[in-house]
Design a protein around this ligand. Structure first.
Ligand code: ATP
Length: 320
């Protein structure tokens, strides 16, 4: 198992999980989960509701014990994480535990002495940016305000690792933008693990993606590799119509194939310009135009989720 600072595939890993299982009674929430988060990356853990994202994060934070397998965070076994590591980890989750009776100002003042690296300037600029009411009691804050408060408590000590579990849930678009701005101020200086359903938001932040499906990791990949291998493809015929079921032998890595009039449309999950043209011409006659469009993370996710649901085998591009 790699430690922080130890080169694994040329990069040091801030988080590594190895064949991690978590069972709740008979339910297997995590199944043989192995993934690694390279230093200074922003790793997005994505997956449908119930895929196991929160469970994985709770194991990493030593809130839950793994049933089998192991995880290291900052090079330390997740079961042995102590205050020393916690001072280098920022953790923001929806159900963050914060003292309801303290005011925003009092709680920040309470936290500062625990962290030698606490940056008062950063605290002040985040307070301005997030517009948190200093004199309000934490218990009186709205859901969005509480999330912003959690971020404010997690960033000024400049953690090496920031773990965000569904940080956008229930936030209105303006607050989301502000939250993102607060985050992007520091992204790049630290490693981020983020779980989120808001794929539009994390598209601009994530450098790596891990796709969880029913506790299994379907793949982990850099965003650049992922976006390079996915294309929405439109094939227009000279004449005539595509008939449903006309092409039984289409490549398995063509996903979500459908036709409308004389246009055949699909998602190529192993895109290469040369191979695609050749492949299309070998299965479709009378092609007039082939148009390819890059895809946003959200569209890639929905394509993969649909393919997984429909039992398509070729969603993997290899784990990198
Ligand atoms: P969401 O996006 O909906 O938050 P998630 O990917 O974070 O989902 P988890 O919260 O990790 O998913 O849940 C994974 C599975 O484990 C679900 O089936 C959930 O019901 C189950 N689960 C999670 N926590 C517990 C628990 N404490 N006891 C029993 N089952 C649990």
């Amino acid at each position: 198992m790699g430690k922080v600072g130890e080169a694994v595939g040329g990069e040091s890993q801030m988080i590594q999980t190895s064949k991690l299982w978590k069972k709740f009674g008979r339910l297997e929430a995590l199944r043989d989960l192995s993934f690694s988060v390279p230093a200074r990356s922003a790793f997005a853990l994505i997956g449908a509701n119930g895929a196991g994202k929160t469970t994985a994060i709770k194991v990493l934070m030593n809130i839950l014990e793994p049933s089998r397998g192991s995880a290291t965070v900052l090079g330390v076994d997740s079961r042995k994480i102590s205050f020393h590591e916690h001072r280098q980890i920022g953790y923001v989750s929806e159900d963050q535990d914060m003292p309801a009776r303290l005011t925003v100002a009092d709680y920040i003042a309470y936290l500062r002495p625990f962290y030698p690296r606490w940056d008062r300037q950063l605290e002040a600029s985040m307070l301005r940016q997030l517009r948190l009411p200093l004199e309000h009691k934490i218990g009186d804050l709205s859901h969005g305000m509480r999330l912003k408060m959690a971020l404010l408590c997690a960033l000024p000590y400049r953690p090496k690792l920031l773990i965000l579990d569904e940080p956008f849930s229930g936030l209105d678009p303006l607050v989301r933008d502000e939250f993102m701005e607060g985050l992007l101020l520091q992204a790049g200086e630290m490693t981020i693990l983020i779980s989120s359903q808001e794929l539009g938001e994390i598209d601009g932040l994530a450098t790596h993606v891990g796709f969880l499906e029913e506790g299994n990791l379907l793949f982990q990949e850099s965003m650049s590799d992922l976006t390079a291998r996915f294309r929405e493809v439109y094939v227009t015929l000279e004449n005539g119509q595509f008939e449903p079921g006309e092409f039984p032998e289409l490549p398995k890595h063509w996903l979500h194939v459908r036709s409308e009039g004389n246009v055949l449309r699909f998602v190529d999950s192993q895109f290469s310009q040369e191979a695609l043209g050749e492949r299309i011409r070998s299965v479709v006659k009378g092609v007039r135009i082939v148009d390819t469009q890059p895809m946003a993370l959200r569209s890639i996710f929905t394509t993969l989720a649909r393919a997984a649901r429909d039992g398509a085998a070729q969603t993997k591009g290899g784990t990198r």
